[in-house]
Design a protein around this ligand. Structure first.
Ligand code: HEC
Length: 154
């Protein structure tokens, strides 16, 4: 105990089969604070998310206001400040394709969970990527709430 031999993190280590000191986490380990997202990026899974996930955001003006701010930062450049699909990136031609209008009925009629799913994993085609790193889950729900309540009236 007086001399406990410590291995440096990146050093070789004869005590493990793979000879490394830094061992990978045990399979199934979840980082503290991380919430696994159990839906794959397919249409069926998007529908399932729409049936199963419930938007935890009520109608607090504060939540909707934050949703609007996040929308302006992370979505408006493609989907447009008023959700018409005419954001700056689309208009400038730099994005190379239109973005769907989020005020359209077919988006507005989607369950909140399906829109949350699209923000979380992106679209199946990959043309819109995941925004899970930019927006924490609660903020994604706020954006969904804003899309369903405030966006149409902008
Ligand atoms: C870089 C441009 C870009 C950004 C940024 C972007 N989107 Fe998209 N989004 C697209 C495109 C393009 C599609 C259509 C892709 C497809 O059909 O595969 C799409 C599709 C969608 C759809 C699906 C509509 C449908 O057909 O059901 C939703 C909902 C959506 N986006 C919401 C958002 C939200 C919310 C944000 C911000 C968090 C966002 N998008 C950010 C380009 C973007």
């Amino acid at each position: 105990m007086v001399h406990s031999p410590a291995y440096r993190y990146y050093s070789e280590n004869p005590n493990f089969k793979d000879g490394k000191t830094a061992q990978p986490p045990v399979p199934g380990t979840i980082a503290r604070g991380a919430v696994p997202y159990p839906y794959a990026n397919t249409i069926d899974e998007q529908k399932r998310a729409g049936r199963e996930l419930v938007n935890p955001i009520g109608h607090s003006p504060e939540d909707i206001k934050i949703g609007k701010e996040k929308y302006a930062v992370y979505c408006a450049m493609c989907h447009g400040a008023k959700g018409k699909g005419d954001g700056n990136l689309v208009q400038s031609g730099k994005f190379g394709m239109p973005a769907p209008p989020l005020v359209a009925d077919y988006v507005q009629n989607e369950p909140d969970g399906a829109i949350f799913h699209t923000i979380t994993v992106g679209t199946v085609s990959g043309l819109m990527g995941s925004h899970s790193l930019q927006l924490k889950p609660y903020d994604r729900w706020r954006v969904v709430k804003y899309i369903k309540t405030g966006l149409k009236n902008e």
